[in-house]
Design a protein around this ligand. Sequence first.
Ligand code: HEM
Length: 468
Amino acid sequence: MARKPSAGGGGRESGAGADGSTGDPPLPPYPSTLGHPLTHTVGAMRDVFGFRNRAMAERDFVRIKLLGPGDVYHLGHPDYFERVLLSGRDEFRKSDDFRIAFDGGLVAVEGDAWRRQRETLQPLFARDRLLGHGDEMVAQVRRRCRRWEPGTRIDLAAETSQLSLDVLFATLFGRELAIDGDAEIRTAADRLQHWFAPTSYPLPHWVPTPARRRFQRGKERLRNVADRLLDAAATDPPADPSAADDLLSLLVALRESGVAADGALSDDRLRDQVVTMIFAGHDTTSTAIAFAFYALATHPDVRERFHAEVDALDGPPTVEDLDDLNVTRRVVTETLRLYPPVYTIPREAATDVILDGYRIPEGAATWLTVDQVHRDPRFYDDPAAFRPGRWDTGLRERLPDFAYAPFGGGPRRCIGRQFALIEAKLALATVGREYHLARPGDAGSDPPLLGEMTARMEPGTEFVVEAR
Ligand code: HEM
């Protein structure tokens, strides 16, 4: 496969200067497709996705100038993903934004604290354990979609967002949310995204934009919620952490057994795990489910095959059906390719890094552009088309490593990957047996994308509920 040039033409040896001298390697150039670097911030704030497409149209490795983070190094090739996430992972670290959003939660911490946390939490995400949540997932989906009146319109992003919170709480947290209540949790969970709003993200951290104020309020509330959930779970803690069957009882058991005195799992960090899981586990999955319905609504041929598959089930789906739901699985796989909820995986250079003959200075923001790789014609035929059938023919095996990375990669790959995939497949099949969600009017128009930490569906995007 031909490779787009790296930043300045490719083929350069590491350490060589732009003029072939052996001094410090040059920084990658700003893209010629974007105009003067001083206009980059405005371009990114105005239309984050169009801006990225233009920025990376000609090269896999470019530098963008943003007012807040400064020069941001964009990497859009699977080989770069491999370097940053796997072979060269010690040259990179998580950025301040992770710590601002998640404090000491699993997604933000590094080194031994991360290893210890990951080891402790991993058993909750073992596939067998997750399959045990299948019936509860389906029950939560049915509870919510039974409220949809055929013929009425729903705000799909809002519905799937609530749905994935319902599922997360009923399974991982062992506590059912009130379907019309628990407003504090529901509102606060939604607000963490605002830290990453494109209208403020390119600005320096100290600028108190409205989105950042919403984020701060949401985070405070969510921390209070997490404290209350932990206190409530503490009334009947399992004596042994390994006997805990949900996140809250595991965390409480760690606290009670004294294990949590360890810095990696101090009281504050237990709370941070709750906030992290609520945030990392709900918007991502809800976005995937929303875009899968968008794609089904706008692709009648795929929808027909999907409906035939789910109609053939004896009743509502169960985890035993998962292996046979081939169309549904490919719809989810293709949705995560075309609309990856985590469209950027951010890191920061922990040292001066030399990549393809160019330098990323220590401390510089380094972003892996998942959306760009997922739509790259070198890896995917007709990449802008939603074609679940492309996964029928061994594409997965033919793709280079990291060319499909909706869940990241390397040791920091998403801990909730299986959880999300099981939930998404069961949710699609459950809804799809009873309803078709139709996109009114503008079926041919662009998907309604909003770029924050996840590439979400624009709030207020309406779908008409049709009974099947
Ligand atoms: C479609 C749904 C999901 C997508 C697309 C997604 C995506 C990702 C990605 C790309 C990463 C890597 C971030 C990085 O390397 O910086 C990640 C990490 C993580 N995800 Fe997910 N995720 C999803 C669902 C979930 C769920 C359901 C949970 C929990 C219930 C979850 C919890 C986490 C956590 C805790 C991490 C940090 C793991 C670590 O650093 O060890 N995610 N996710």
